[in-house]
Design a protein around this ligand. Structure first.
Ligand code: NDP
Length: 320
């Protein structure tokens, strides 16, 4: 089968198309023929060496596809099922293996490409909106990169719960998309803390969701109301340097958390409940999963370049 392989850490060009042996499912695993693969920021951190991985490396945690073989001891899945997952390995490939406990069957009516686009950013948006922080109906929050993959989904899930959402976005097209997802106001990055104060009557927001990191962290802290929470969930602009905890006191008994999706999928029940909410929201029309760019598998390097250069909106997928 064809798969993307990086022999070493480096720029996107290290991602090369290769012929690899077909994988085989072990006990408790499914072998899946890939319909579409989700591209995520974490793979850019892994490819560049910012996160340590073993080489040769085939990236990818998220994908949808049809089950083509079932390992020993698997219950609840059969050959032919359309499944999706955010927790596989090496999904930048025509086939991948996933633990059956990390896969879900895709409900009728959801297309295979949407199924690949949803899980990682959708589960993230879900746990950010109800678990990593718990903004209440009527609260105002700030979501950075409101037209990004997580940003569009998170905005919709928050608005659905009655939360007022302010976002940042860098271009007119992105601002329009974010507004379409339900953002009350979409603001520029420059001077956003001041603008947030204006838009909240001087009070500040209950929660800032910050996946941008280095470039926004300081002003995100400055945007919070007394006892507000900064949810730092990514580093699209680079990692946040160490900071003085006394700033949390000075800002008004603030909190900072640095969550990760895996810690919010701790049990089969938790995983299932989050997927169920997401599928229900798609079915009732309150969650739109936007695929902003599609690349052939062979062009995975271009997908990474686009994501890193802020050229994308919504989800980026690879198609075999
Ligand atoms: P996005 O689609 O949001 O892409 C990143 C966006 O960040 C860009 O489009 C851009 O939007 C904005 N951005 C601002 N500054 C920069 C910069 N210097 N370089 C690049 N982008 C910048 O990506 P995802 O939705 O996939 O991921 C968003 C964040 O969430 C990432 O940091 C990712 O690592 C994190 N994440 C964390 C998870 C977790 O569990 N902790 C799980 C999944 C993702 P604009 O042009 O509008 O500024």
């Amino acid at each position: 089968m064809r798969a993307i392989v990086a022999e070493r850490a480096g720029d996107p060009e290290v991602l090369e198309l290769r012929e690899l042996p077909e994988p085989a499912p072990g006990p408790g695993e499914l072998l899946v023929r890939t319909a579409a693969t989700g591209v995520n920021f974490i793979e850019t951190y892994q490819r560049s060496g910012a996160y340590r991985v073993g080489f040769p490396f085939t990236p990818g945690a998220e994908a949808s596809g049809r089950v083509i073989a079932v390992g020993a001891g698997v219950a609840g899945f059969a050959v032919g099922d359309l499944i999706t997952t955010a927790e596989a390995r090496a999904t930048y490939a025509e086939q991948f293996v996933v633990g059956a406990d990390r896969a879900v069957r895709v409900p009728e009516g959801i297309a295979a490409d949407t199924a690949a686009a949803l899980p990682l950013q959708g589960l993230t948006a879900h746990y950010l909106s109800v678990s990593a922080a718990q903004p209440q109906p009527g609260d105002t929050v700030l979501v950075h990169a409101g037209a990004g993959g997580v940003g569009l989904l998170l905005t919709q899930l928050l608005v659905r719960r009655g939360v007022r959402v302010l976002t940042t976005a860098s271009t007119p097209e992105k601002r329009a998309l974010s507004r379409g997802a339900g953002a009350d106001e979409v603001i520029d990055y420059g001077g956003f803390a001041e603008r947030v104060r204006e838009l909240t009557g001087g009070e500040g927001v209950a929660v800032v969701y910050d996946g941008v990191g280095k470039q926004t962290f300081d002003d995100s802290l400055r945007s919070l109301r007394v006892r507000g929470e900064l949810v730092l969930f990514g580093a699209a602009s680079g990692p946040v340097p160490p900071f003085d905890l006394q700033r949390l006191n000075a800002g008004g008994s603030l909190s900072v958390t640095r969550p990760s999706m895996g810690h919010f999928l701790r049990t089969p029940e938790e995983r299932e409940a989050r997927y169920r909410d997401l599928f229900d929201a798609i079915a009732d029309g309150s969650l739109d999963v936007r695929i902003g760019a599609r690349f052939p598998l062979a062009e995975a390097a271009d997908a990474h370049t686009a994501l890193k250069s802020r050229a994308t909106t919504g989800k980026v997928i690879l198609e075999p």
